[in-house]
Design a protein around this ligand. Structure first.
Ligand code: URA
Length: 199
Protein backbone atom coordinates (compact mmCIF):
# COMPACT_ATOMS: atom_id res chain seq x y z
CA UNK A 1 0.00 0.00 0.00
CA UNK A 2 1.17 3.52 -0.78
CA UNK A 3 1.85 6.17 1.87
CA UNK A 4 -1.28 7.98 0.74
CA UNK A 5 -3.38 4.89 1.37
CA UNK A 6 -2.42 4.60 5.05
CA UNK A 7 -2.87 8.32 5.60
CA UNK A 8 -6.24 8.37 3.81
CA UNK A 9 -7.56 5.43 5.85
CA UNK A 10 -6.67 7.20 9.10
CA UNK A 11 -8.91 10.16 8.23
CA UNK A 12 -12.30 9.69 9.89
CA UNK A 13 -13.98 12.91 8.70
CA UNK A 14 -13.81 15.18 5.66
CA UNK A 15 -11.95 17.75 7.78
CA UNK A 16 -9.37 15.08 8.78
CA UNK A 17 -8.92 14.15 5.14
CA UNK A 18 -8.49 17.78 4.08
CA UNK A 19 -5.83 18.26 6.77
CA UNK A 20 -4.06 15.02 5.84
CA UNK A 21 -3.91 15.94 2.14
CA UNK A 22 -2.67 19.45 2.96
CA UNK A 23 0.19 17.96 5.03
CA UNK A 24 1.05 15.27 2.43
CA UNK A 25 4.28 15.35 0.43
CA UNK A 26 3.15 14.57 -3.11
CA UNK A 27 6.60 15.25 -4.58
CA UNK A 28 6.60 17.34 -7.74
CA UNK A 29 2.85 17.98 -7.41
CA UNK A 30 2.86 19.47 -3.93
CA UNK A 31 6.29 21.09 -4.48
CA UNK A 32 5.09 23.20 -7.38
CA UNK A 33 1.58 23.99 -6.10
CA UNK A 34 0.74 26.83 -3.71
CA UNK A 35 -1.60 24.63 -1.70
CA UNK A 36 -3.74 21.51 -1.85
CA UNK A 37 -7.22 21.98 -3.31
CA UNK A 38 -9.88 19.94 -1.51
CA UNK A 39 -13.54 20.73 -2.17
CA UNK A 40 -16.23 23.39 -2.37
CA UNK A 41 -20.01 23.42 -2.17
CA UNK A 42 -22.22 21.69 0.37
CA UNK A 43 -20.68 18.72 2.26
CA UNK A 44 -24.22 17.45 2.88
CA UNK A 45 -25.31 17.64 -0.77
CA UNK A 46 -26.56 14.42 -2.43
CA UNK A 47 -24.39 14.95 -5.51
CA UNK A 48 -20.56 14.73 -5.58
CA UNK A 49 -18.92 16.22 -8.68
CA UNK A 50 -15.41 14.92 -9.46
CA UNK A 51 -13.22 16.81 -11.93
CA UNK A 52 -9.62 16.48 -13.04
CA UNK A 53 -7.08 18.80 -11.41
CA UNK A 54 -6.80 22.38 -10.17
CA UNK A 55 -5.63 25.12 -12.50
CA UNK A 56 -4.05 28.47 -11.72
CA UNK A 57 -7.21 30.02 -10.21
CA UNK A 58 -7.94 27.00 -8.04
CA UNK A 59 -4.32 26.83 -6.87
CA UNK A 60 -4.52 30.44 -5.77
CA UNK A 61 -7.89 30.15 -3.99
CA UNK A 62 -7.55 26.61 -2.62
CA UNK A 63 -10.95 25.72 -4.07
CA UNK A 64 -11.88 23.61 -7.11
CA UNK A 65 -13.57 24.86 -10.28
CA UNK A 66 -13.60 28.58 -9.56
CA UNK A 67 -11.96 29.89 -12.77
CA UNK A 68 -13.70 30.30 -16.15
CA UNK A 69 -14.02 26.52 -16.62
CA UNK A 70 -15.65 26.21 -13.20
CA UNK A 71 -18.01 29.09 -13.93
CA UNK A 72 -19.05 27.29 -17.11
CA UNK A 73 -19.60 24.10 -15.08
CA UNK A 74 -21.78 26.09 -12.64
CA UNK A 75 -23.88 27.35 -15.57
CA UNK A 76 -24.28 23.80 -16.89
CA UNK A 77 -25.66 22.62 -13.53
CA UNK A 78 -27.76 25.78 -13.17
CA UNK A 79 -29.49 24.83 -16.46
CA UNK A 80 -31.34 22.13 -14.49
CA UNK A 81 -31.73 24.26 -11.37
CA UNK A 82 -28.75 22.95 -9.38
CA UNK A 83 -26.81 25.46 -7.28
CA UNK A 84 -23.77 25.25 -4.99
CA UNK A 85 -26.09 24.13 -2.22
CA UNK A 86 -27.02 20.99 -4.22
CA UNK A 87 -23.44 20.05 -5.08
CA UNK A 88 -20.20 18.99 -3.44
CA UNK A 89 -17.35 19.59 -5.90
CA UNK A 90 -13.82 18.14 -5.91
CA UNK A 91 -11.09 16.76 -8.22
CA UNK A 92 -9.15 13.50 -8.63
CA UNK A 93 -5.86 15.40 -8.36
CA UNK A 94 -5.40 17.60 -5.27
CA UNK A 95 -2.62 19.87 -6.59
CA UNK A 96 -2.19 22.02 -9.69
CA UNK A 97 0.14 20.00 -11.96
CA UNK A 98 3.40 21.80 -12.84
CA UNK A 99 2.89 24.10 -15.81
CA UNK A 100 -0.74 22.94 -16.02
CA UNK A 101 0.35 19.75 -17.73
CA UNK A 102 -2.22 16.96 -17.95
CA UNK A 103 -2.17 14.61 -14.97
CA UNK A 104 0.03 11.57 -15.62
CA UNK A 105 -1.00 8.00 -14.71
CA UNK A 106 1.48 8.37 -11.79
CA UNK A 107 -0.31 11.51 -10.54
CA UNK A 108 -3.63 9.64 -10.68
CA UNK A 109 -2.20 6.60 -8.87
CA UNK A 110 -0.71 8.87 -6.19
CA UNK A 111 -3.99 10.69 -5.52
CA UNK A 112 -6.36 7.73 -5.96
CA UNK A 113 -6.45 6.71 -2.26
CA UNK A 114 -7.46 10.28 -1.38
CA UNK A 115 -10.39 10.52 -3.78
CA UNK A 116 -11.54 7.01 -2.85
CA UNK A 117 -11.50 7.92 0.85
CA UNK A 118 -13.14 11.25 -0.01
CA UNK A 119 -16.06 9.36 -1.62
CA UNK A 120 -16.25 6.83 1.25
CA UNK A 121 -16.45 9.61 3.88
CA UNK A 122 -18.76 11.89 1.89
CA UNK A 123 -21.16 9.05 0.94
CA UNK A 124 -22.83 10.85 -1.99
CA UNK A 125 -26.13 9.51 -3.37
CA UNK A 126 -25.01 10.39 -6.92
CA UNK A 127 -21.61 11.06 -8.48
CA UNK A 128 -20.77 13.05 -11.63
CA UNK A 129 -17.50 11.99 -13.27
CA UNK A 130 -16.39 15.11 -15.13
CA UNK A 131 -14.03 14.23 -17.98
CA UNK A 132 -11.82 11.33 -19.00
CA UNK A 133 -9.32 11.58 -16.13
CA UNK A 134 -12.07 11.28 -13.54
CA UNK A 135 -13.73 8.41 -15.44
CA UNK A 136 -10.36 6.67 -15.90
CA UNK A 137 -9.45 6.99 -12.22
CA UNK A 138 -12.71 5.64 -10.81
CA UNK A 139 -13.92 3.15 -13.43
CA UNK A 140 -12.33 0.65 -15.84
CA UNK A 141 -13.90 2.44 -18.83
CA UNK A 142 -11.97 4.10 -21.64
CA UNK A 143 -12.93 6.53 -24.39
CA UNK A 144 -15.22 9.25 -23.09
CA UNK A 145 -16.81 9.99 -26.48
CA UNK A 146 -18.36 6.51 -26.26
CA UNK A 147 -19.11 6.44 -22.53
CA UNK A 148 -20.48 9.92 -21.81
CA UNK A 149 -24.10 9.85 -20.80
CA UNK A 150 -23.74 6.41 -19.20
CA UNK A 151 -24.55 5.69 -15.56
CA UNK A 152 -22.08 3.32 -13.90
CA UNK A 153 -21.65 2.22 -10.29
CA UNK A 154 -18.63 3.65 -8.52
CA UNK A 155 -17.48 1.87 -5.36
CA UNK A 156 -15.05 3.30 -2.81
CA UNK A 157 -14.47 1.51 0.47
CA UNK A 158 -17.87 0.54 1.86
CA UNK A 159 -19.74 3.09 -0.22
CA UNK A 160 -21.09 2.82 -3.73
CA UNK A 161 -23.22 5.17 -5.80
CA UNK A 162 -24.47 5.58 -9.38
CA UNK A 163 -22.14 7.85 -11.36
CA UNK A 164 -22.92 9.77 -14.55
CA UNK A 165 -20.05 10.26 -17.02
CA UNK A 166 -19.99 13.69 -18.71
CA UNK A 167 -17.61 15.69 -20.86
CA UNK A 168 -15.23 18.08 -19.15
CA UNK A 169 -16.38 21.72 -19.49
CA UNK A 170 -12.87 22.73 -20.70
CA UNK A 171 -13.33 20.28 -23.59
CA UNK A 172 -16.77 21.72 -24.38
CA UNK A 173 -15.28 25.23 -24.52
CA UNK A 174 -13.08 23.94 -27.35
CA UNK A 175 -15.86 21.82 -28.90
CA UNK A 176 -19.08 23.84 -28.63
CA UNK A 177 -20.64 21.44 -31.16
CA UNK A 178 -20.73 18.86 -28.33
CA UNK A 179 -22.72 21.04 -25.91
CA UNK A 180 -25.96 19.30 -26.93
CA UNK A 181 -24.56 16.07 -25.47
CA UNK A 182 -24.04 17.85 -22.14
CA UNK A 183 -27.62 19.11 -22.24
CA UNK A 184 -28.85 15.53 -22.80
CA UNK A 185 -26.71 14.38 -19.87
CA UNK A 186 -28.14 17.11 -17.62
CA UNK A 187 -31.66 15.93 -18.51
CA UNK A 188 -30.59 12.40 -17.55
CA UNK A 189 -29.28 13.76 -14.24
CA UNK A 190 -32.50 15.67 -13.63
CA UNK A 191 -34.52 12.49 -14.27
CA UNK A 192 -32.30 10.49 -11.88
CA UNK A 193 -32.76 13.11 -9.15
CA UNK A 194 -36.54 13.00 -9.65
CA UNK A 195 -36.47 9.16 -9.43
CA UNK A 196 -34.49 9.37 -6.20
CA UNK A 197 -36.97 11.82 -4.64
CA UNK A 198 -39.88 9.56 -5.57
CA UNK A 199 -38.26 6.76 -3.60
N1 URA B 1 -10.62 21.82 -14.15
C1 URA B 1 -10.82 20.79 -13.29
O1 URA B 1 -10.95 19.65 -13.68
N2 URA B 1 -10.88 21.09 -12.00
C2 URA B 1 -10.76 22.32 -11.51
O2 URA B 1 -10.84 22.49 -10.31
C3 URA B 1 -10.55 23.37 -12.43
C4 URA B 1 -10.48 23.11 -13.75
Amino acid sequence: PSAAQGIAQKAKTLADLHAAISAFNAGELSDSARQAVFARGNPNADIMVIGEAPGVNEDRAGKPFIGPTGQFLDRIFASIGLTDDDLYITNVINWRPPGDRSPTPEDVALCLPFIQRHIALKKPKLIILVGGVSMGALTTLKGITKTRGQWVDVAAGEHSAPALIVYHPAYLLRRPDLKADMWRDMLSLRAKIADMKNG
